[in-house]
Design a protein around this ligand. Sequence first.
Ligand code: ADP
Ligand code: MG
Length: 289
Amino acid sequence: MITVKNLAYTYPGAENETLHGLDFNIAKGEIFGFLGPSGAGKSTTQNIIIGLLREYNGSIMVMDREVSKWGQDYYEHVGVSFELPNHYLKLTALENLEYFRSLYEGETLEPSEVLEWVGLEKDADKKVSDFSKGMKVRLNVARSLIHKPEILFLDEPTAGLDPVNARRIKDMVLELRSRGTTVFITTHDMMVADELCDRVAFITSGNISIIDSPASLKKQYGKRNVRVEYFDGLATQKIQCKEFPLDGLGDNNEFANLLKSAGHVESIHTQETTLENIFIQVTGEELHK
Ligand code: ADP
Ligand code: MG
């Protein structure tokens, strides 16, 4: 669906280049994520792919056409949810969606249906000026879907949402994938990347360091260990802990002896490596600066 080759970009008038030659491709029906800290270049990349920022270097083919060659009909095919919601504040949620719906030539969804998807059905007739930040974010996502786009761009779609509403958006994205929609997500939230993305690109300072599935990254970088916490059985009753490799645990005598000899085992846990830890390991940078 999307093939990006050697994409470089410098903001007009800026001294330094922001993107330094990105390469990636996104298959039809894939959820592809850009994971990186604030300032990495995620929104810049999204804004270039959707044709908002021009004069890029390199190539971006979307549905077999270079982005710079697409005309206005591009927006019949792609839906965009920007990082900062921009709605008509004096209009209600429903009126906003009715208005944006009218701009499209192709088939569109019923605004009431889309509002239900994002959990705003009860707020349909409220003015957007009375909306919380989270409600605006959800209305933003609703708006990006109204014309049934083949490709959806979501910039930080769960930022500022409570867990229930973040879950709602995540479930909706998964539902859209099952209907064949291609989704490009930018996020600095490793949970979003982990739960949603078929593949994720780690981006820092305008460079991609790795692209892979979350599962494969964990397999490569995750240490599969078991951590045992136990009381040492001495009068002092100090808590101790020891880690063992998960592989071959059944034949590990030290592990078996510990279970037999320990005064009292407090807990046994497998140590799961998080995507955030892998991110730090691979890029040398933190996700939350
Ligand atoms: P992210 O979305 O990953 O947080 P951005 O793409 O917004 O990062 O920003 C990447 C870099 O580009 C940052 O250093 C930012 O300061 C710079 N930048 C963003 N917008 C502009 C702009 N309009 N003009 C100049 N520089 C910008
Ligand atoms: Mg951003």
